[in-house]
Write a protein that binds this ligand. Sequence first.
Ligand code: SAM
Length: 276
Amino acid sequence: MAGTLYLVPTPIGNLGDISQRCRDTLAQADFIAAEDTRVSLKLLNHLELKKPLVSYYEHNQAESGPKILQRLLAGETCALVSDAGSPAISDPGEGLVALCAQAGVPVCAIPGPCAVITALSVSGLPTGRFTFEGFLSTNRKSRTDHLDSLRAEQRTMVFYEAPHKLLHTLEDMAAVFGETRRISLCRELTKLHEEILRTTLGEAIALYRETPPRGEFVLVVEGAEAPPAQQATLEEAVALVAALMEQGRSRKDAAKEAAAQTGFSKNALYSASMEG
Ligand code: SAM
């Protein structure tokens, strides 16, 4: 019978955040797959655990993943850890979980520290619906395309960012979302210098131009405002186009005016008025 892959979250700063279940799982695993074995060794020393470690990280996962899978298929139990937080969330793990799922190997995720959820819950912004966007690409075009795709996003958006790229990212966000858009900058969560700055994109830019940012950040950005509710029906909006045309306006102008008054798109009203 195949063993189980356990996804074990580790502290994102405060070592007290490791749970009893995570300790027990690490203690009972046959081996631990770690993003950086030196980082995980420090945690294991703190927990007074000795375990065989194998490395599983972004640049070796193509070779390391199948080897770990073979051991699982042979009946061993593996605990997967990343440097900090939840494995598979902007960290190695996604590929290994997919391999196990495909091969019918059981995967068990243990809940625990995760920077996205910690930041979102303390942000003060709406949490009912949110979207996690991970890191923006360093490639100019993908970065712009990514932000453009979020222009009308109404859900709260959560991003990870490195301190040396933060100012540039805030400037790019302000260009798309506007300087008055609210943002919560969650810095050094669970650590000694934890700080939650609830402000606007424009004010955050002014601040970090003066004082370069330091530490780890999660950015929680308010979603876009909902477009005004459509009050009129399509028939009423088309009737308005006809009425405006009777007053001497061109179809294009009438559709534009009716669109502004009713919330329908001008192209939709233009086409519908031709059919009616
Ligand atoms: N898998 C991890 C998780 O979900 O918690 C995240 C790993 S990702 C490679 C690292 C990013 O998470 C950092 O660049 C930062 O954006 C965020 N992060 C991790 N720990 C943090 C902390 N203590 N305070 C603020 N942000 C943190």
